[in-house]
Each structure stands twice: as C-alpha cells, then as structure tokens.
Ligand binder design. Sequence first.
Ligand code: NAP
Length: 266
Amino acid sequence: MMKFTVKSRGDDFSNTLQQRVMSYLLDFGLIHDEKDPEMVITIGGDGTLLQAFHDYSDRLEDTAFVGIHTGHLGFYADWVPDEVEKLVIHIAKTPYQIVEYPLLEVVIRHIDQKEPERLLALNECTIKSMEGSLVSSVEIKGDTFEIFRGDGLCISTPSGSTAYNKALGGAILHPSLASIQVAEMASINNRVYRTVGSPLVLPQHHTCLLKPLNEREVQVTIDHYTLEHRRVKSIQCRVAEEKVRFARFRPFPFWKRVKESFIGGS
Ligand code: NAP
C-alpha cells in the first residue's frame, strides 16, 4: 500500500482539509508515513509546495508531489478543495502519471571554508548585496561574460520562470526545457558599467559562475529561504541531475496553467 503524507499551509481551512484528506486516504487503506512518503499532498499555495519540496529534497527520486490550492495563486497546485473526494479516489485507485521538472543546482564556495555547500532550488536562487550594489563577475561555461553591477541576479528553473523571474522581465519557459535562466535585477548600465541587459537562457551543459568582487556581505536566497554569506568565493549554478516529480491524474498543460494563473478568464 502506498505511503503518503499531507502538508498544510497552517490556516484553519487548509488544516480542516488536511484532516479530511488524511482520513479518506486512511479509509482506503493507504499508510500515513511522514518520514518516507511516496506521495506528498500539499494544501495551501505554492509556498506550501516549496516548503514540502525542501522537506523531502533528500528523497526526490521516491517522492511524488501533488498540490491542492486553498485561495492563493497555486501555480504548482492542480486541484481545488471541491475536488478533494475525486482526487482521493484517483490517488487510492488509479495509476497516475509522473511528470518530472528540472531543478537548479547551486554550489556555494567560501573563502575560508574547504567544503562547498550544495543546494537545490525548485524556483530560483537570487544573489544580492546586503548593502549597496552587488558587483559580481558572471562566467558562462568557463569564460567571463560580464561584470554585473546592480541590485542582484536571479537564476531560475523553467518552472520557477513564472515566479520571481517573471517579475524581472524574464521569459516564461516550458519545463520540458532542461535549462536555467539568468535575469538581472536593476543593473547599472552607462558609459562606465555595461551588462547584456537581457535575460539569458542556458542549456543543461552550461554552468553560470558568479564571483562577487566587492567585500560586502552577500545575500543568497533559495526559493523561500534566505541565507547570508559573508565571505563567498563563488556561486555556481547549473541544471541539477535531480528532478522534481509531480503526480498527474489528468492533463493540465503548462500553457493552460500559465493562462489561468496570469490572464484568467475561461
Ligand atoms: P511570497 O512572497 O509569500 O509569495 C510569492 C508569490 O509567488 C505567491 O503568490 C506564490 O504563490 C507565487 N509563486 C511561488 N512559486 C511560483 C511559481 N513557480 N510560479 C508562479 N508563482 C509562484 O513567497 P513564498 O510563498 O515564500 O514563495 C517564495 C517565492 O516567492 C520565491 O521562490 C520567489 O519566486 C517568489 N518571489 C517573488 C518576488 C516577485 O515576484 N517580485 C519577490 C520575491 C520572491 P502562492 O500564493 O500560491 O503561494
């Protein structure tokens, strides 16, 4: 029997729905296993799914995610509360399809630390200076591409391209494109300082290496987490070998999802 867990955003409505989904699935004979679930059902919004992804990022190969959205945008969540009974029957009774989306691998190297830090992002990694402008060299596939000076840089996955990246004028990418996108945050462009100014989409085999050039503290975010790093030597970004797996019980084409989330209408 399949092992599952249900994660809630924590508001009263999501918590009540969480209890309902749990008891339905237990009635069907499925096993609740918070530690090693094969399926993680999130109830809330994308933030809830991002949290669940990080909770289980050490066992992505054995975990499938499915989202129910309760009020928020819910770009990652296919189901609404009225459909809970239907979803539970699907989970308990029908074989489901798995869709896999690419992730971003971030390797942070420190000046005074031997071991690099390796992290995975479902949406993006951002790099900003804690004070003043970020000054960073941007290397692509081993060659210096530009010296960036500005608010920061955002490196996103294709499924994260509809999140922060979109607000920065980045393109929306279909998640079948195993790629990462580098988008600028308010770069300084004048006679003295110059960057390309356009978002860049890199394929799977191209690495983007950022080396902060000023002494300032660097702030790195990975999805909804904020990390502060004082003495960063480099931040290396590329498409990860790992993928995130979503359980699909009915077709929900990516562009339909984009339309419903950002344009609306029928
Ligand atoms: P939040 O600031 O509470 O919410 C961020 C918003 O982005 C929520 O409406 C969320 O949807 C939505 N969202 C998350 N992932 C998405 C995706 N892949 N596609 C489309 N929309 C998405 O922050 P949070 O809930 O902790 O989420 C962290 C994310 O916020 C970061 O990964 C970053 O992408 C995003 N963010 C965006 C901006 C910006 O657009 N200017 C600035 C900072 C951070 P739900 O309402 O369903 O949760």
